[in-house]
Design a protein around this ligand. Sequence first.
Ligand code: ADP
Ligand code: MG
Length: 299
Amino acid sequence: METILTVNHLTKKFGYLTAVKDLSFSIEKGNVYGILGPNGSGKSTTLGIVLNVVNRTAGDFSWFGGTITTHTALKKVGAIIERPNFYPYMTAIQNLKLVCKIKEVPQDKIEEKLEMVGLLERKNSKFSTYSLGMKQRLAIASALLNDPEILILDEPTNGLDPQGIHQIREIIKKIASQGTTILLASHLLDEVEKVCSHVIILRKGEKLYSGRVDEMLTSYGFFELRANDEAALVTFLSKHASFGPIKQENGLITAILKEEMKATTLNEDLFNNGIVLSHLVKRKESLEEQFLNLTNNKD
Ligand code: ADP
Ligand code: MG
């Protein structure tokens, strides 16, 4: 596995506010990463730090295994962290030629990149005539001109209509399928679910979860139980290897499953151990509920 970016115990303070707190993660080549978190959770600050536009307070990060300087490394990175900004009276082609001059990259990739984002037919239209979605797609084409190892996008679908959102997501998937590593920040769970293979969930600058999206999706659900002999039930569940945390609230016991189990199996098992239930429901949290539980503002 080839590591593109490593972030170690990164912290960023703005005065008294800690925007990023002791954050560590790594980005491996070929994956699509989502930094997921509600507004204000530190996503843009994190991206700003690794792109050298925001100074860190503590911790460090290294690109490509730390063998080259950040300045050199960033030449292999394509990033869109602001609203697309091009010259309104110039065409797409003219704008991208200018970008090539500024970035000191050859101009021969312009048409290929416009094709990639579905703007080839509109290459001679002025930027001012583009819809917001097209502007965003042009920004993606622009960020790809240097054939980056990794493409970084901050809330790439914000403000777009459903069709525009769909187009951007399809383009991101296409770019990823050709081997470019992607890191995108989003406050939208369904965006990360649809586009990303890996996720880093932030809340108030702290990492709550990082791992594969499909592993986050694997939830075996939980049982809600009541029994006359509550103590015996809790003891039984606590000793059982299939259960994670057991919660007790107003006589209702919640037992979270660590592996698949049918309600009938549990019921029989309890009965054979002398525990008679008065209430048994099996529930499964939706991914949305899991995300909201992870990121809710309980302090
Ligand atoms: P996100 O991108 O997840 O919405 P940000 O990284 O933009 O979050 O912001 C994280 C926190 O840091 C927020 O509370 C925000 O108000 C604060 N913040 C961001 N930039 C600045 C800044 N330049 N000065 C002061 N506070 C800032
Ligand atoms: Mg942001």
